[in-house]
Design a protein around this ligand. Sequence first.
Ligand SMILES: [Zn+2]
Length: 579
Amino acid sequence: MIAATRTWLASVAEVGSEWVTWDFDQIKCADPVERETKTTAPSCQSPILRWPRVFVVFWSTLVFLIEADAARFVCYFPLPPNATTMPIDPTQPLPMADDCLPDSIAKPWREYRDAWAAHHANPGNATVRKALGIEGADESVSPSSGDAAARSMRLPASEWLLYTSKHFSLVTDVPEARAAAIIINLERFYAVWTQLFFPLWKDRRAGNLPPTNVRHRVVIISDANQFRELVRGELAGTKAEGIYSDLKRTSYFLDSDDDAASMWHEITHQLLNEATTDRSRTRAGERQDFWMVEGIACYMESMTIVGDHATVGGWQSSRLQYARHQLLGTGTDMPLATMRRDGRIAVQRRDDLVRWYTVAAANVHQMADHENGAGWLGVLKQLATIYQGNRSELARCNHPPSVSLASYLDIDDSQLQAVAPGSMASLCLTRTRVTSDGLAKIAPQSKLRWLDVSFLTIETDDVTQLCPLPDHLEQLSLEATGIDAGIAPWIATAKRLREVDLSSTRIDDSVIASIDADAPMETLWLTGATITDASIDTIAAMRTLKYVDVQRTGVSAAGVARLCQQRPDLVVNPLEIAP
Ligand SMILES: [Zn+2]
């Protein structure tokens, strides 16, 4: 009997470590199958979900209204005076011209933003640099001894160095070159944040410049054990690799090469707490609306440096891939009205935090994207209420989304704005209306670890052009697409595959034979694929394989028996197929 039992390996509250897995009870070849269960393919930073096919909702039949294009805001950051820049076109304007904004806020916001645009157009303009408070020609920061700072912060013994930039105080034991790069990026993020969140800080200092007398404290630790020990009380047993402590007014991170999103998440918490005006006396989101506190931090994870400028938001944001998987792939949602009622404690007690974070993030994306970005003002209004006690000049800014979250996530070709080649680690477009033409608009993404384009009307060439080099790919779902045996040479080069779904496709035995024998394959869904007994020996030879389904294929009962005989440890045909 199958009992698909959820087991939280880690229930975490922050990005960067949201690993959740589900466990089958012991299911052996001879066990009868009573309920269909299926694994799909999110990678790390996401839940791994098995979904009962009988519960899948075909959202495409429910879509009536579609929002405008996702708003991908362009922002600027300090550049060296001799930097060469390219004009940015098209740009996503910030919505400061919206009618709901009083001139007292719209005008200075526009001027501040224009100054940044002028800096981008001519980084050498000293007048603009002075106006923005970035007179210095050099972005680099020299370290000093961090011993005193480390003592005062009760950091463990290490070779601490202190880096002081205009807005940050970084104590770290990572190599100097890395620390220098980190602090430059922190300053870039700060500049981006000030442009997007202008109404929340504009009254902090005369002249509408971000204050420079307050430096935000950041600690980055290279040793994982030291990091966990230091933040043990804050993390409460989770495996997060970054956290902002509002009590200590400090962000702590375990050093990681490829986890900028975690840093932007925590620094967003920090700046909203420390750099805005008139903070409320209670913790933000303590009693209700904690979804917005986390949702905005998740939204800002999408901040991406694109050469000489940055973008925030957009369809390609990592959190939206997981949201599409969750809402369109599995059909699971959470009503926002219910989420709004919960404060911090209630949320942190949930046993479905990963799903909760995914929906919170997607809701903020949807709000921001509404009316081509005008909805951003609605996001700021809610933040002003949460962080500033409802003293908001944004009171008249109401831009509630007009369609369901699932409808928002069901994008089509026209909404796929171009993304930089190799910039995505996860891509999920399952059950959307995207076609071959839409995929062709996405630049080649050869760093994908998770690709789910199941149920799209696409062919083999569309997949191989989207991800020419699948050597990072760990989880792949091509279910019910138009791929065929021509995918074999491509699959052969994907040597890290752990979970693959080729169900309901026109592949043949050559595709199974092409799977690298040394790939760490654990799950292989082949239900309804055109394979035969010729694949049995290949499947049996996949040493790490745990689950395989070959129902409704050309595999015979004798073939299944042979597989069970060769691999008695393997769970074969666990899916209950609806008649
Ligand atoms: Zn958070």
